[in-house]
Design a protein around this ligand. Sequence first.
Ligand code: 26V
Length: 844
Amino acid sequence: MLNEVLPGLGQVEDSKGAGDRRSSIEPAQPLHSVPARPVAADAVTEMREAILGKLAFAIGRSPANARERDWYAATALALRDRIVEACVASDAAVPNKRVYYLSLEFLIGRLTSDALNNLGLFETTKAALAQLGVALEDVEAAEPDAALGNGGLGRLAACFMESMASLSIPAIGYGIRYDHGLFRQSLEDGWQREAPETWLAEGNPWEFARPEATYTIGFGGSVTMSMASEGVIRRHWAPAETVKAVAYDVPVVGWRGRHVNTLRLWKAEAESAIDLARFNDGDHVGAVAARARAEAISRVLYPSDSSPAGQELRLRQEYFFTSASIQDLVRRHVAERGDVRSLADHAAIQLNDTHPAIAVPELMRVLLEDHALGWEDAWDVTTRTLSYTNHTLLPEALETWPVELMERLLPRHMQIIYLINWMHLEERGKSGQGGAEHLAAVSLIDETHGRRVRMGHLAFHGSRRVNGVSALHTDLMRSTVFKDLHALDPDKIVNKTNGITFRRWLHNANPELTALAVEAVGPGVLDDPSLLRGLDAFARDSEFVRRYAAVRRGRKEALAVIVSERTGIDIDPSALFDVQIKRIHEYKRQLLNILETVALYQAIKAEPHRDWTPRVKIFAGKAAPSYVRAKLIIKLACDVARAVNDDPEVAGRLKVAFLPNYSVSLAEAIIPAADLSEQISTAGMEASGTGNMKLALNGALTVGTLDGANVEIREHVGPENIFIFGLTAAEVLDRMQEPGYAQAAIRQSPRLAAVLDMIASGRLSPEDPGRYRALVDDLRYRDQYLLTVDFDDYWRAQREIDRAWAEPKAWWAKAVHNTARMAWFSSDRSMREYAEEIWRVRVA
Ligand code: 26V
């Protein structure tokens, strides 16, 4: 009965069913068994034959010598055919309005499980492969992650694409088809090492090459003028260099296969494979150099999300994908509607951060040059079509480009930016706001550090709506970085709190918990997450809670196997799993967590016979390769892990593990196994966070600051079901003005002083005693991220958590309340809000 209502989830309650999907570990106490629904035999046969056909005719292998990778490709190709059938239906009519989501990053992860579940073909495919002697979970595991993103911003784009397809919002995502996604991380003696990632090495069965959709992208050169008609001067750009952008389409299938959208990724190709003239002159290397330069544009994802590398290649990437996307969407619009002037009525372009902000002058250029619009009309179309999402206010992450570089690489765009800015500043003058200080603040050009184009200001000024990604972040946009621009147009900034797709982060990642929810509140919960709220009534139902805890236990055992395989560290599934998984960045304060770990270690050593709550601290995350301090923090986590894990005196109480090579797929294994979610950024610095949502939805309790979406999570789950500590964003701003705040905090906290002494002393790094001296000195004398100030309150919150863990009934009630009350954080809700208030597209 249960299985009838769970398309794609199948034998979720059978301990050999869904638990089997990610690992062969059975839950400690098998949940009661439900007979599997027999899948329709002819559907299985059809799928089996489709897979065999692909294996033979597309891959060229026989079942006898097929590798897992081959089965994966054959299965993906068979599924792709099904999606194409749905695609044809989605494409049948021209939609009234399309959304174009421009993002330099899409952190997708694996696509097969998404497609299987959204098409309702999980059981059918599993049975088809079983008949061939192949396990579906091995096939799924053979798929490389599409890691075309760094972290939160890229993953958000992937969640939004899935939600738009599920809501049948006609949308095209535009990005770059990087040959190499985010680097692979390994730990060599605790130090991060990077290796290239090669997801395309054996091809990508999910993509369709579209060589017919190719555009020419220019760079450099000069701008010429001509007289278009009496008194009308037209400028025309003559680039010195051109590169081809070739489209590759990845289908994005929505829930129940009702709608399919496209993710269009651009690959850079040279205009010609070889420069024949040079080749014939005997310059064989020079003859292929232009090709190498052109193709470098889509070669690799920039692995930093903390500070702009300021590299020309990055600007070339940004313009390359933005120009190709704008040309493509304008061409489509004109083909469908005949007149470019109606673009804003039928297209909404969303800029994911400032990376595609060059869209402002690019759309202007296309309208002025290719469609001969006048300036006023072009500006009107542009500013009614574009909107911009800001994802960070950290000054070091705000993009600016030197005017000199822009003039050299994009001379026509720089002219257009100058003209936009001139008109913008004139307007201020006319309305009596022409003070020098005000003009300097709102200008698109920053003159304080050499002359640089402020991409955030450009995107803001060229957009109809500008949004932040949580309520707090949006307020801070209004009061800090965009204060002056906001005053000019108070309705422009709106809030759109982030969300996550429950299909991936609950249904697919945690089918066991999903099955339990379906059983408790009905199958409608798969379509309408607000029904999760019904779980509140089960928070003190001892049978339900027993099963909820058993689901968690099963996933903790599975994670323990992964931790052991990948780190050699054995962890006890009955301990509290305390998880911090995210990019390594000082503002995210992994170091605060490490300081608390050392303090706990010292406390256990001082009183070994006390009744300590057994804890496992699990870290995972990548540091930008050039971010030296972040890499040192990883090393410290590993040094602390070594000291703690080797110490027999704390055995059974505390373990520390740093899991290498964090990825979307690894997140899917960790999140359902987490008891405690660490969201401890300095208040005001994390724009939203989305891992916080994934963990809370899966029933981990949060220990966090009042930062980003944590504020809204507290409102939804209730203050009694979350552990909040630390300064507020306003208090952080105040405290930063007080000189010597770190020294004062350390003076007041003997516990913190002892921790810092231990780390500085070299006891954790005997082979290099000075390793952490500078790190500790920084905390003592600068502490930009206020770790010292928040330390004692964090310690207090953690001890409160210890006590809460010791009361299982109350703990699990809190966990259930978290799952029950997180529905609002579905990215379906986010996308509905964007659709209604920003894009003005109808949602079916
Ligand atoms: C910034 C930069 C700076 C220049 C160098 C290259 C680069 C690449 C990416 C980024 C984006 C950083 C901003 C970012 O990822 N923000 C995160 O966005 C999430 C989704 O809105 C949000 O949940 C996180 O709080 C926020 O840090």
